[in-house]
Write a protein that binds this ligand. Structure first.
Ligand code: GAR
Length: 219
């Protein structure tokens, strides 16, 4: 079966991009990354694309007077590469409603919290300040409202004694690197449908894992 043609949009480090590249390199993975775009020329993550021999480019938001023009340039690059699914991976620009609507259900994002909790920035510091005992990440379809949209995959991790935002971020990031490839595989295999603004998943990963209890009850 033809592989799903994917673009990944980044702004920085690109560790999620790295995880997606690694997943796509595995035998039989149903998606391939055809294009990596960054809105910043200094995004370290572009190096992941170069090393993997994936076409990459910079579309700098600063070069455009209006958001719509930036979005249109992105759109043209994606269409030119025959892209079928766009993955936002640490892409720190808000996309306009027109772009988001045009790519509806073909545009996904990863966010470092268990949505709908902690939308926006500084998720880990805010999770710690709120005293939550379980944190995590969410892969979701993008809607015009920020950090909104049907949830495809979530991964949960415990908040541990002594955590600061950096330690918690690292634990969540490791979960992100499993959640995003899983979401991409499910989408590429046609196992995700959006029904009444919720993602319905035809999963095959066996029984769901046991309860994550934090603190543990020792049992
Ligand atoms: C990730 O933690 C991702 O969830 C977050 O930025 C980081 C990017 O890391 N995204 C957002 O906060 C989007 N609102 P990476 O560049 O190493 O993949």
């Amino acid at each position: 079966m033809a592989k799903l043609k994917v673009a990944v949009l980044i702004s920085g480090r690109g560790s999620n991009l790295g995880a997606l590249i690694k997943a796509c390199a595995a035998e039989g993975f149903p998606a391939e990354i055809r294009l990596v775009l960054s809105n910043r020329a200094d995004a370290a993550g572009l190096e992941h694309a170069r090393r993997a021999g994936i076409a990459e480019g910079v579309i700098a938001h600063r070069d455009f007077a209006r958001r719509e023009e930036f979005d249109a340039a992105l759109d043209a690059a994606l269409l030119g590469a025959g892209i079928e699914l766009v993955c936002l991976a640490g892409f720190m620009r808000i996309l306009g409603a027109e772009f988001v609507t045009r790519w509806r259900d073909r545009l996904v994002n990863i966010h470092p919290s268990l949505l709908p909790a902690f939308r926006g920035l500084d998720t880990h510091a805010r999770a710690l300040a709120a005293g939550v005992r379980i944190a995590g990440c969410t892969v979701h379809y993008v809607r015009p409202e920020m950090d909104e949209g049907p949830i495809i995959v979530q991964a949960a991790v415990p908040v541990l004694p002594g955590d600061d935002a950096e330690r918690l971020a690292a634990r969540v990031l490791a979960a992100e690197h499993r959640a995003y490839p899983l979401a991409l595989r499910l989408i590429a295999e046609g196992r995700v449908r959006v029904v009444d603004e919720r993602a319905v998943i035809d999963a095959d990963g066996g029984p769901a894992p046991a309860i994550l209890l934090n603190p543990p009850d020792g049992g």
